[in-house]
Design a protein around this ligand. Structure first.
Ligand code: SF4
Length: 265
């Protein structure tokens, strides 16, 4: 979502300045649900109360020793919210026939026009793979997902592409389970249906992003997400610490026969 944030985290490997409570909640709810299905795969009989304890322990561990931006909600209220989300999911979907949890995938990015294969493969994990081959991606969100998110979300596009490769070209079967963090939480089960054109759009976008990464281009993309950015201080400091180019004293004058090449804003 922001190339510079990506650079701080994945290229420079900076520690986050704080943990975003939304990220902590999303990852700890997801791991408690993953734990439930792993227990069932190991032929154990987990209870929802056990899963809630796993969630609470993970939440403690994730927030220990690291500043957390709690927004306005007290810690206890967030733990209660997480417990509500885990309980809701397991009551409604805990009986799913899950075959694998956190299944790794990897595939090459290949330009459909030139056949060029980019040097690095795309790697990731499916949250859940069901016995009939359906992929389930778990999400927590403060609002319901729009159709646009299902068709343009880069991560979802990557799962569709990975599933296409995995199944040998069969149409993708991908469901997104969105736990919506409203006052009374609810679960939305969404089926991803994307056209060929939308999948191609994703592939071209992914290749452009990877080419920018390989070329070392990480421009900042400021917006509403800056408020939640774990590298906000590093981002502000970067402008002061980076070598400054000499600014021109006046703008260059363009003559009529010169084609303007500078960005116009
Ligand atoms: S503060 Fe904003 S522009 Fe800077 S890295 Fe973070 S998200 Fe990007």
């Amino acid at each position: 979502m922001c190339p510079r944030r990506f650079m701080f985290r994945y290229v420079l490997g900076l520690e986050p300045e704080f943990r975003s409570v939304a990220l902590v909640l999303g990852s700890t709810v997801g791991s408690a649900i993953g734990w439930w299905f792993e227990e069932k795969l190991a032929r154990k009989t987990p209870t929802i109360d056990d899963a809630l304890l796993v969630f609470e322990a993970d939440f403690e561990a994730e927030t220990l020793g690291m500043p957390v931006r709690w927004k306005n909600a007290p810690r206890e209220a967030l733990i209660e919210q997480g417990r509500g989300l885990v309980g809701l999911y397991l009551r409604e979907q805990g009986g799913l026939s899950v075959a694998r949890v956190e299944e790794a995938f990897r595939f090459d990015l290949e330009d459909p026009e030139t056949g060029e294969v980019l040097p690095r493969a795309l790697k990731g994990y499916f949250d859940l793979v069901l016995e009939d081959g359906t992929i389930v991606e778990l999400k927590t969100s403060s609002r319901r997902w729009s159709d646009l998110e299902l068709t343009r979300h880069l991560q979802i596009g990557a799962y569709v592409a990975a599933d296409h490769v995995r199944s040998g070209g069969d149409p993708s079967r991908l469901h997104v389970h969105v736990l919506v963090k409203t006052k009374s939480p609810r679960l939305e089960v969404l089926t991803v249906e994307r056209t060929e054109g939308q999948n191609r759009w994703w592939l071209m976008a992914a290749m452009e992003l990877e080419r920018a990464i390989l070329a070392g281009h990480y421009p900042p993309s400021p917006g509403p997400l800056c408020i939640e950015c774990e590298h906000g201080r590093a981002c502000s400091g970067w402008a002061h610490e980076a070598p400054r180019h000499q600014a021109p004293k006046s703008l260059p004058v363009l003559h009529r026969d010169e084609s303007p090449v500078a960005l116009t804003i």
